[in-house]
Write a protein of this length. Structure first.
Lengths: 278, 295
């Protein structure tokens, strides 16, 4: 069995109450002059520490852009994002990122990939190694440490990606459609195992998806975004009990929550579709 | 609600029973030995190569034996046997080995300088837009100039014949190395850079841990191409100036109308070029081990 205490950073305070995100009147525009494209319209939202929040929206609505602003890859044109009161300026290890595409360094072994963050943080080789092993164990891939990423299946690579992001003891875990490229069964398993990891680790999770089922199953709150330009049009609290399992998909509460989100999403998708046709 | 909605998916219990299988298991490669190298050789492939070369030599023998003169004139082309005998004669003389040794030394020096400078310039151009804009025009203009065209100026510029030959050889190797390094740096997947940044990597760390490894396959290709081109250039340099070198040997044979030796020189150049390119590939292979296990 894994010792939950092992997931407390030896050096950093990652206790409860860390990882609050404030998105303050953020507007994101791309391009210059006449080619300006409004990706995210005035957005104001607060994500509490330790919350699991899904951002749900039709393709191209700007949900990934909003996530990238929290990560620090994109600078808001107006407003600001703060994490625990500090304004986000650039990407950093306090905000772990899991990408949709496979983003492990292909020339490093699985173990070296997970040890990379701790090493960058200045941990010694042995410390980094033991952190890497702890988190590989957490995602159930300790045996595969000396493999290269391409030797693993897609789901396993994404688990390594999660372990790698967590190895920095981030206060926030940002996930950009991380299971989008996986087959349906692997995806379900990954969702359950993500919830299990989150329960042990207790970090804030912001999870971007276009899949209603995924959002409802995972989240405490689902933020639904409008068609482009994106803004949050609905903040849905999902009160399904935890721990959750895929068996819940047929309970009336689940079906109701899902239907609610689905109706909003459908209206938005139709709008986006009609906009494209005009 | 009248719109058809797909029913909530029943809990797929089966998913748990079907654990994800990793791709075919890989055993870590054992330390290569001579025996394992021999076993690993693809004999079928080697057979085809041998047959191809055999047929080539046979055709060469036939056209010279019957003195074929049909548009292309083979009457003055020495037969394979004559060339082979000349070759056997030469390898017993020390001067022949001096020619080869001198050429190899020039290649080694020029190629080493080109590798160090070429990778350095390529990385610099890949990293900085200013450096790229500054250096690129020179590369574009100088690159198409053939090695032979450099000879007069090289002789005028450099203090010794040896240094002018090395300069010309170096130029040949330089451009493919620079351009491939630059290409490799530019090909670095953005998502890997972002991943490293979110893991706390500094600009320098992103460069050494992500950009350079991502560029390595392209750099290795550039080195192999550069090695081939440096042989072209070396021969141009040796033909006009110098007293030693396999290019000089070949040109000298032409001046003396010694047909067998011309072909001996050509073939030796061919094999040395192939051999040194293969050596470059072999030396860069350990850096690309991850790529091999990936495929």
């Amino acid at each position: 069995m894994l010792d939950v205490l092992k997931f407390k950073s030896p050096t950093k305070d990652t206790g409860k109450g860390k990882g609050r995100i404030d998105v303050n009147d953020v507007v994101i525009r791309f391009g210059k002059g006449a080619d300006t494209h409004l990706a995210v319209d005035k957005t104001e939202v607060t994500i509490e520490a330790g919350e699991f929040v899904c951002i749900l929206g039709p393709s191209g609505c700007g949900k990934s852009t909003l996530l990238n602003a929290i990560a620090g890859y994109v600078k808001p044109s107006e407003g600001a994002v703060t994490v625990d009161g500090d304004t986000v300026q650039k990407p950093g290890p306090d905000r772990g990122m899991v990408f949709q595409q496979y983003s492990l360094l292909p020339w490093k072994t699985v173990y070296e990939n997970v040890a990379f963050g701790p090493k960058m943080a200045g941990h010694s080789r042995t410390e980094s190694g033991s952190i890497a092993n702890t988190f590989l164990e957490l995602v159930g891939l300790k045996k595969f440490g000396d493999r290269y990423p391409a030797e693993l299946s897609g789901g396993m690579q994404q688990r390594v990606g999660i372990a790698r992001a967590l190895a920095n003891y981030p206060s926030v875990l940002l996930m950009d459609e991380p299971f989008g490229a996986l087959d349906a069964q692997t995806r379900l398993m990954m969702q359950e195992s993500l919830l299990e990891i989150w329960r042990k680790f207790g970090t804030t999770v912001v999870f971007v998806t276009h899949d209603v089922d995924e959002a409802v199953f995972l989240a405490d709150r689902v933020l639904i975004m409008s068609a482009a330009p994106g803004r949050i049009i609905e903040d849905v609290r999902i009160d399904l009990p935890r721990p959750r399992s895929t068996d819940m998909a047929s309970t009336p509460e689940y079906v109701k929550a899902r239907q609610f989100c689905l109706d909003i999403i459908k209206a938005e998708s139709r709008k986006a579709f009609e906009n494209q046709n005009t | 609600m009248s719109t058809a909605v797909k029913p909530a998916a029943p809990a797929p219990k089966a998913a748990k029973a079907a654990p994800e299988a990793p791709r075919p298991p890989m055993t870590p490669p054992p330390r290569p030995t001579l025996a394992s190298h021999l076993r690993a050789l693809d004999w079928g492939h080697l057979g085809i190569v041998a047959a191809s070369l055999g047929i080539g030599v046979l055709l060469w023998h036939i056209v010279t034996a019957i003195n074929l003169n049909f548009f292309i004139n083979f009457e003055n082309v020495p037969s394979p046997a004559k060339v082979f005998m000349a070759f056997i004669g030469h390898i017993q003389t020390s001067i022949f080995w001096t020619h080869i040794g001198v050429s190899m030394r020039r290649i080694l020096i020029s190629f080493s300088i080109a590798t160090a400078l070429g990778i350095g310039i390529g990385l610099m151009m890949g990293r900085s837009k200013i450096a790229r804009a500054f250096i690129m025009p020179y590369i574009e203009v100088v690159r198409p100039i053939p090695a032979v065209a450099w000879i007069p100026l090289a002789i005028l510029m450099w203090p010794t014949e040896e240094s002018s030959i090395i300069y010309i050889t170096f130029l040949g190797a330089l451009f493919p190395i620079v351009l491939n390094t630059l290409h490799g740096v530019q090909q670095t997947p953005e998502v890997l850079v972002r991943a490293a940044q979110s893991l706390g990597a500094s600009r320098t760390a992103v460069f050494t841990q992500v950009v350079i490894p991502a560029a390595l396959p392209s750099i290795a290709a550039g080195l192999a191409i550069g090695m081939g081109v440096s042989w072209f250039s070396l021969l141009a340099g040796e033909i006009i100036s110098g007293q030693y070198g396999i290019g000089y040997f070949t040109w000298d044979a032409y001046s003396l109308i010694n047909y067998q030796d011309i072909v001996v020189g050509m073939l030796v150049i061919g094999f040395l070029g192939t051999g040194s390119t293969a050596a470059v590939r072999l030396m860069t292979r350990p850096m690309l081990a991850w790529q091999k296990r990936t495929r």
